[in-house]
Ligand binder design. Structure first.
Ligand code: X6L
Ligand code: MG
Ligand code: MG
Length: 166
């Protein structure tokens, strides 16, 4: 079994509903078992600033799937929830990112793990801190150490401490 951490984000339409639907579709996937979910956080947009605030959360799953088949499954879930790719780094109904796959470092054409930039992104680290503070990011350090020197934490606000599925 592989232990995987996913980052979920939405900043279009009913953002919370998209996050909860994505979790529902993950749970329905034959080869994916949800182990833990973080609270939902409202976060200021990073990268492309002229867009609405995001809701972000982190999810721990267990799966026998290898990284690329798992990526295909998460892409299918994005497509099911009407993800369109218009503006690079722009608004999306749902984003499901593969943050960590065991402690592996993966560099493939379609997939880089750990997710690039996650070590410096408060919208990734704050939700992860809740469910895996002792987790080690290969080559970077523990989540709680990375968070202590991560800029932009003030742009991450707790929105919903107990998602209905928890
Ligand atoms: C310089 C260069 C500064 C690149 C920042 C950071 C670009 C993050 C893209 C960057 C840079 C990203 C989310 C988001 C995006 C999200 C929030 C990205 C990809 N996704 N902002 N911006 N939450 N709050 O999920 O992460 S676009
Ligand atoms: Mg992303
Ligand atoms: Mg993505």
């Amino acid at each position: 079994m592989n232990q995987v951490y996913l980052g979920l984000g939405s900043n279009m339409g009913d953002r919370e509903q998209y996050l909860l639907q994505a979790i529902g579709l993950l749970e329905e996937s034959k080869n994916i078992k949800i182990k833990n979910v973080s609270s939902i956080y409202e976060t200021a947009p990073i990268g492309y600033l002229d867009q609405g605030a995001f809701l972000n959360m982190a999810v721990e799953i267990e799966t026998p799937l290898a990284p690329l088949p798992l990526l295909e499954q998460t892409s299918r879930i994005e497509n099911t929830l009407n993800r369109k790719r218009e503006i690079h780094w722009g608004p999306r109904t749902i984003d499901v990112d593969l943050l960590l796959f065991n402690q592996e470092i993966i560099h493939e054409e379609k997939l880089t793990v750990p997710h690039p930039r996650m070590a410096e992104r408060a919208f990734v680290l704050v939700p992860l801190m809740e469910i895996a503070p002792e987790l080690y990011l290969p080559g970077k350090g523990k989540i709680k150490e990375l968070l202590s020197c991560c800029p932009g934490k003030e742009g991450v606000l707790l929105k919903n401490a107990f998602p209905v599925i928890k």
